[in-house]
Design a binder for this molecule. Structure first.
Ligand code: URA
Length: 243
């Protein structure tokens, strides 16, 4: 990040207004490299200097990238008048102006949702031409014809003029409530549910387990959310994809 005014830097995180942060500065609550700074116009370089409020050093990043373990019953939207949204699950310290889900899951689908305020990055993740794989596990309502695996590998006509790209289906356990794994590289509306409908099956449970090369952190409880490390961010974009 280039040098910028102290008040702009503090307000730029999107959580506080310039007026609020100027008040902090005026009261001597803000230090730069340990020394109280009372000039809001002071130019600081957040990469080189330590800015603290009430003694707590702040980390400044241009953008934020969050992994959310979405529970059922929450919509993948930034606002909704009636239903809880994925943004409602973000703790205050991780909130940023412009945060949105990069890719949607249905209300009843659980698992990995990436939240970011970086539009260009989200575009790269979502652009169909980039074929970023997304891995899901699902439970179905009855035995699945094993020929579905070959059909998924060809691409499935899911109606409405939509034909999927080749997808990978692994039947983990067949029987009255089969457990399956599906890897798709696009995100058509209700895509996985519609793919199984072609084989006479209803998806009763659906979880997104992985985006690109990055699996959902198994330690992240449903409804919890945390920042990605730079290494995880690289894995997500597929630079070190496992699959
Ligand atoms: N496919 C679906 O049918 N629903 C989702 O939420 C994700 C993929």
């Amino acid at each position: 990040m280039p040098k910028m005014r102290l008040d702009r830097l503090l307000a730029g995180q999107g959580l506080h207004t310039r007026k609020e942060v100027r008040e902090w500065i005026r009261k001597g609550r803000v230090t730069v490299d340990g020394a109280p700074e009372r000039a809001p116009e002071r130019q600081v370089d957040p990469a080189e200097q330590t800015v603290a409020v009430d003694g707590v050093p702040l980390r400044f990043q241009e953008h934020i990238y969050l992994m959310l373990n979405k529970p059922a019953g929450v919509v993948s939207a930034t606002e909704d008048r009636r239903q809880p949204t994925v943004l409602d699950l973000v703790p205050p310290e991780l909130r940023r102006k412009g945060l949105f889900p990069a890719g949607r899951l249905d209300k009843d689908t659980v698992g990995f949702v990436l939240l970011t305020d970086d539009g260009a990055f989200a575009h790269r993740i979502l652009a169909p031409k980039n074929h970023l794989p997304k891995r899901y596990t699902a439970v179905l309502d009855g035995p699945l014809d094993p020929s579905a695996t070959a059909a998924f590998a060809e691409g499935v006509d899911i109606g409405g003029g939509d034909i999927t790209r080749p997808a990978r289906l692994t039947i983990l356990e067949n029987g009255p409530a089969p457990r399956v794994e599906v890897v798709i590289t696009e995100g058509m509306y209700h895509q996985i549910k519609r793919m199984f409908e072609r084989f006479g099956r209803t998806v009763t449970y659906l979880k997104r387990e992985q985006i690109g090369g990055l699996p959902l952190d198994p330690a992240l409880a449903p409804g919890a959310c945390r920042e990605l490390t730079p290494e995880e961010l690289r894995r997500l974009t597929g630079e070190e994809a496992e699959r």
